[in-house]
Design a protein around this ligand. Structure first.
Ligand code: HEC
Length: 106
């Protein structure tokens, strides 16, 4: 019995680990905790501030490219700057994970 509960505990711990470290669930956390939804919509279905593309329709590569560009804080244009600060200091991995999450939205 002890052996069984030990292996059960192991299963629970290892599946939690897999879940916590998956790019999609990590991306979901980033999307939800960085207010992305407040401008782009819960399902990435809106034109943020009436200006952005509908980001769920973008390809994974273009999402990643655009986010990296915004991360560089190069723009002098007000709306682009509003987006630039959202991804300031993001790692490549954070950008990739949040982009993968956006691609799961319908
Ligand atoms: C304050 C509102 C706001 C928030 C919050 C916000 N964005 Fe944006 N986002 C914008 C605007 C406005 C644009 C369009 C910028 C432009 O016109 O250059 C944009 C552009 C983008 C683009 C490129 C699409 C395009 O039209 O060029 C992506 C991808 C994106 N946002 C993802 C995100 C993600 C991921 C987050 C959360 C980390 C986020 N945004 C948070 C306002 C926001």
């Amino acid at each position: 019995m002890k052996k069984i509960s030990l292996s059960l505990a192991f299963l629970v711990i290892s599946s939690t680990y897999v879940f916590a470290s998956s790019p999609i669930s990590n991306g979901e956390k980033i999307y939800k905790s960085n207010q992305c939804a407040s401008c782009h919509g819960v399902n990435a279905e809106k034109h943020a501030l009436n200006s952005s593309k509908i980001i769920k329709n973008m390809s994974l590569d273009s999402l990643i490219d655009e986010l990296k560009e915004h991360r560089e804080q190069k723009s002098t244009e007000v709306l682009a700057k509003a987006m630039d600060i959202q991804v300031k200091g993001f790692t490549d991995e954070q950008i990739e994970d949040v982009s993968k999450y956006i691609k799961t939205l319908k």
